[in-house]
Design a protein around this ligand. Structure first.
Ligand SMILES: *[C@@H]1O[C@H](CO)[C@@H](O)[C@H](O)[C@H]1NC(C)=O
Ligand SMILES: *[C@@H]1O[C@H](CO)[C@@H](O)[C@H](O)[C@H]1NC(C)=O
Ligand SMILES: *[C@@H]1O[C@H](CO)[C@@H](O)[C@H](O)[C@H]1NC(C)=O
Ligand SMILES: *[C@@H]1O[C@H](CO)[C@@H](O)[C@H](O)[C@H]1NC(C)=O
Ligand SMILES: *[C@@H]1O[C@H](CO)[C@@H](O)[C@H](O)[C@H]1NC(C)=O
Ligand SMILES: *[C@@H]1O[C@H](CO)[C@@H](O)[C@H](O)[C@H]1NC(C)=O
Ligand SMILES: *[C@@H]1O[C@H](CO)[C@@H](O)[C@H](O)[C@H]1NC(C)=O
Ligand SMILES: *[C@@H]1O[C@H](CO)[C@@H](O)[C@H](O)[C@H]1NC(C)=O
Ligand SMILES: *[C@@H]1O[C@H](CO)[C@@H](O)[C@H](O)[C@H]1NC(C)=O
Ligand SMILES: *[C@@H]1O[C@H](CO)[C@@H](O)[C@H](O)[C@H]1NC(C)=O
Ligand SMILES: *[C@@H]1O[C@H](CO)[C@@H](O)[C@H](O)[C@H]1NC(C)=O
Length: 866
């Protein structure tokens, strides 16, 4: 078991035992060790009453603490400031200043996106989302709407992005650089040195900008006529990482707010709670009437609860990603005795070793020393001068490529062992070109090679267009909801997988990238079109209309509806949004219990507002079920891909699905009026509460307008927990062997009773969180039942769940003879020698931190502290 960042015993100053704090929650947020934070840097949020006039007096009180300086002010959007403090200043000291509501360490951020590999023909997208009709038939362009983009900057010299900066009629009228080119979190004092303009040296921001603003001919943005601002908060790549911090992102967001943008687009994120500083700031923006659009995250491979902050912020439009329908990209022509075939290539992005062979090269399918075609063992025959065809599986792409390289191969084609394309990556030890091709193409090549001499050719610029097998489906990387408080995330989805857009001129001018980062500007653009067409809509109405008119997605194979925790309300349709003459609210329904005695909890009101002042409308209402999802396999182990119920379409009875019941299946809403309709969500029958299922679906409203024959429809997604959400376990199941005490090398201690922790030794408490938890407290408890204090790293609030294939597979705390008597970890005491146990308490969802019964608890056996 490996922690992404080691737990070390932090330096502590031994003090006297302080008074136990009264409130159970701490004003100081402490992040788990795997979250990278900037030393001595904090974001301070002030009590809501502390308004601007008293602000300067307030900052004076910080300055009066020696070695503390106020490094930034967030006076408009976020009531607070950022400070840098000497190493001897504790966060607890800052929290004691009157008027302080919360103190957050400043986290570092890296840009989340995955480079994809093939070039895509962009315009195919727009007829799937109604953007083509909004632009062509309705003449919308976003004109008059101001959109602020907080990102890595923009190459505004790109012809398709206007080739201008803040000149008359230029799309770029606002923005600035907040970071510069050299920001490197691995240095002690990362350099912030903004340039005069937010020029992009990375590419992410230019790509995002093209999706919104490109003027054609190669890329057509969603809102080419809007006015734009670029707030550059990400630096240039350093050792492959493009970095920023909470503080700098907040500065960019606040500047965008002050410039008066109607829409702010954020293809960035981290954390997972609405209480995260970026979420808090964005919720405030939304309250002030700005439409904030944020990427839901690229952690879909880890399943549920992977939605990020600020996407989970209240009132923020969180965006999921759908894969592009067609892929246009470079091809390899494979010639065999059975014929020739063009195969779409996905390259690992090693631009220094492009897979280019101008003439036919011999193609072999070598067998390795283990007798396998997967190339995971050494090749025994020479591949000199040949291209090797290797099947995906068993080992990494790098190992396969290294083996072929050692045998003298001049190139490697790995073919997929399942349907679909993917983006392989190989490390720098591989100096020959490597590509991946699809399963069918690979099988064709393998069969051909078996039949006789075969060759491959890949000429520069030779491209083909292929339907993507995953086109129109949710992108596998797109994060899942719900939020920790069971809100449905994302709100809506847009094309984000394999998107062709502008790129900095120095980096080739165009590129294809994948991520919810790409889906986010798509939605921001649709919001600009909607606001141009329907001025005066407020943030809630924008959310409701987008959600109502999005098209629920169905699984390509089973045809069953995709759960709202993955796709939200479905694929955006902006034409229908602009034309919608009725609004259903709220934008989504979340149900937290199946306890029928809490009938309130199962009943919801949908308000249907007829915005057409001349015609009434008949509304018929019908429930449409999606599959239920569980994070656990039949044996109780966490699964990455959620398990679904019912397992197959055959034999599904209606009671296995959630149903929607209403007293008013048909309603007439007169012109310009509103009607409330009560709905009851009936959970699926027969799902075991212990298996922790989440059900979901859509309420479909069919609208028939007076004197019109054509019908239209609106949808409201719903989802809920099958059981009482407050009683869900948040710690991983005991079958994982965690929580456990381990030695400093993370080896589980089998006989804890024999463990002796002395002043010069440490042990660890390791655990995994399957769900996010608001409060985690790991304490040392004496054999007589007295709590000695918190373990180092033992107290955390608003913690994300651990992601098996992310940067945080495990959580933990340190066990030594020192504990903290306060949550802020400022009062350290040495405990007397004796027998102790570790107690871990994790607050269950929606739990009250002050109520000990709302915690899931675990205790170790007794051990000795010497
Ligand atoms: C917990 O109790 C403290 C002290 O009584 C109170 O200030 C705080 O608001 C309570 N927290 C919650 C979430 O109820
Ligand atoms: C506080 O700041 C002063 C002046 O910059 C410096 O000399 C001193 O070493 C600092 N003290 C600590 C504990 O960081
Ligand atoms: C895919 O590309 C073909 C042309 O190669 C085009 O006719 C078709 O409309 C495209 N499909 C989608 C969904 O964009
Ligand atoms: C993608 O398109 C760009 C611009 O047309 C071109 O330079 C690049 O070689 C293409 N890349 C691939 C993988 O086809
Ligand atoms: C593979 O070849 C390398 C030398 O290229 C050698 O060091 C290694 O032991 C070989 N591995 C096996 C399993 O034969
Ligand atoms: C296959 O290639 C080898 C040399 O690489 C050549 O000797 C042989 O004649 C070829 N066979 C056919 C059927 O073309
Ligand atoms: C569910 O949420 C409602 C508020 O929407 C709340 O009143 C109720 O107590 C919650 N039920 C549970 C079991 O948490
Ligand atoms: C549970 O089943 C999965 C496969 O479905 C397997 O990988 C895992 O090891 C099993 N876990 C236990 C504890 O049996
Ligand atoms: C909702 O109803 C309309 C017909 O009014 C239908 O076309 C549409 O497919 C339905 N949506 C879902 C998700 O079933
Ligand atoms: C730890 O300290 C004890 C007593 O002070 C000593 O006997 C022991 O050798 C030390 N262990 C290590 C690993 O330094
Ligand atoms: C419980 O044990 C701790 C540490 O061993 C000791 O300091 C404390 O006095 C004991 N309390 C009681 C009530 O015995």
């Amino acid at each position: 078991m490996i922690l992404s960042s080691g737990l070390a015993l932090i330096a502590v100053c031994l003090g006297t035992v302080g008074a136990q704090s009264v409130s159970l929650e701490s004003k100081v947020v402490s992040y788990p060790p795997y979250v990278p934070v900037k030393q001595g840097a904090y974001i301070i949020e002030l009590e809501d009453g502390s308004t601007a006039p008293s602000f300067s007096a307030f900052t004076e009180s910080f300055k009066s603490i020696p070695n503390v300086s106020v490094s930034g002010q967030f006076d408009t959007l976020f009531n607070g400031c950022s400070v840098s403090a000497g190493s001897h200043v504790s966060a607890a000291q800052l929290a004691r200043v009157a008027g302080v509501k919360r103190v957050w360490p400043v986290r570092y951020h890296t840009l989340p996106f995955r480079k994809s590999t093939v070039n895509i023909t962009y315009p195919y997208l727009h007829h799937k989302t109604g953007v083509d009709r909004a632009l062509q038939d309705l003449g919308l362009t976003g004109r008059g709407i101001k959109v602020g983009i907080v990102d890595s900057g923009v190459d505004y010299n790109h012809a398709e992005l206007g080739n201008c900066w803040k000149t008359k009629d230029c799309p770029w009228q606002y923005g600035a650089d907040f970071i510069g080119d050299k920001y490197d979190p691995s240095s002690l004092h990362p350099i912030v040195q903004p340039n005069p303009t937010p020029m992009d040296c990375d590419g992410h921001g230019t790509h995002v900008s093209g999706i919104l603003a490109a003027q054609g001919p190669s890329v057509r943005g969603v809102a080419p006529g809007a006015t734009y601002g670029m707030y550059r908060v990400f630096s240039c790549p350093i050792n492959g990482k493009v970095s920023s911090s909470d503080e700098i992102i907040l500065q960019g967001v606040e500047a965008a707010f002050k410039d008066g943008h109607d829409v702010i687009s954020l293809s960035l994120g981290g954390g997972s709670w609405p209480e995260d500083p970026l979420s808090v700031a964005c919720s405030k923006l939304a309250k002030q009437g700005v439409v904030v659009v944020a990427a839901n995250g690229n952690d879909g491979a880890n399943g549920l609860y992977t939605a990020g902050s600020p996407a989970v912020g209240h009132g923020v439009i969180s965006v999921g990603s759908v894969d592009n329908w067609n892929i246009t990209g470079s091809i390899a022509v494979i010639s065999t005795p059975n014929g020739a075939r063009s195969a779409l290539m996905s390259t690992p992005g090693a631009e220094s070793h492009p897979f280019v062979f101008g003439s036919d090269m011999p193609l072999l399918a070598p067998v390795d020393a283990a007798g396998s075609n997967t190339g995971c063992a050494n090749f025994t025959t020479s591949l000199s001068g040949k291209v090797a065809l290797i099947k995906r599986g068993i080992c990494t792409f790098t190992q396969k490529a290294q083996n072929a390289q050692k045998a003298g191969a001049i190139g490697v084609i790995v073919y997929n062992n399942v349907a679909g394309m993917l983006s392989p990556s190989v490390d720098d030890s591989v100096t020959i070109p490597v590509v991946i091709i699809g399963q069918d193409d690979g099988q064709f090549a393998a069969d051909g090679i078996a039949a006789g001499n075969s060759t491959v050719r890949a000429q520069k610029g030779e491209v083909g267009t292929f339907p993507a097998t995953t086109g129109g489906q949710m992108s596998s990387f797109s994060s899942f909801g719900p939020s920790p408080e069971l809100d449905i995330e994302p709100l809506v989805s847009a094309p984000g997988g394999n998107i062709w857009s502008t790129y900095p001129l120095k980096l080739g001018g165009y590129a294809s990238l994948s991520g919810t980062s790409m889906a986010t500007p798509y939605i921001s653009g649709t919001v600009a079109l909607l606001m141009q067409a329907r001025p005066g809509l407020n943030v809630d109405e924008v959310r409701q209309i987008l959600s109502n008119t999005a098209k629920p997605l169905a699984d390509a194979v089973s045809g069953k509806l995709i759960h709202p925790y993955w796709s939200g309300s479905g694929l955006v349709n902006i034409y229908d949004a602009v034309m919608a003459r009725a609004i259903a609210s709220p934008s989504a329904l979340s149900i937290n219990t199946t306890d029928w005695s809490q009938a309130q909890a199962l009943t919801r009101t949908i308000t249907i507002r007829n915005t057409d002042n001349s015609k009434g409308v008949f509304v018929s209402l019908e429930g449409k079920a999606a599959d239920s999802l569980s994070m656990y396999g039949t044996n109780g182990s966490l699964t990455a891909v959620p398990r679904i119920w019912p397992p197959s379409t055959a034999g599904t009875s209606p009671t296995m699905l959630p149903r929607v019941s209403t007293t008013s299946p048909y309603t007439y809403v007169p012109a310009g009026q509103s009607k409330d309709v009560l709905v009851f969500i009936i959970p699926p029958y027969g799902l075991k509460e212990s298996e922790r299922w989440f059900y979901g679906g859509f309420i479909n409203l069919t609208l028939s307008w007076d004197r019109e024959t054509a019908k239209s429809s609106l949808a409201v997604p719903f989802a809920g927990y099958n059981g009482n959400y407050r009683t869900v376990d948040v710690l991983s199941s005991p079958s994982t062997g965690l929580p456990a005490l381990t030695d400093a090398n993370q080896v589980v201690i089998s006989d804890v009773s024999g463990l002796v922790v002395s002043g010069n030794s440490t042990a660890l408490l390791l655990y995994t969180l399957d769900l996010p938890s608001r409060v985690i407290a790991a304490t040392l408890v004496s054999s007589n039942g007295t709590t000695a204090g918190y373990l180092p790293f033992g107290y955390n609030e608003y913690t994300a769940r651990n992601l098996p294939s992310g940067g945080n597979p495990l959580s933990g705390a340190t066990i030594t003879n020192i504990v903290f008597t306060d949550k802020e970890a400022s009062q350290a005491v040495k405990v007397p020698a004796g027998r102790y146990r570790v107690q871990l308490a994790a607050l269950r969802p929606l739990g009250d931190p002050n109520n000990s019964r709302d915690y899931q608890k675990w205790s170790s056996d007794l051990f000795s502290i010497a």
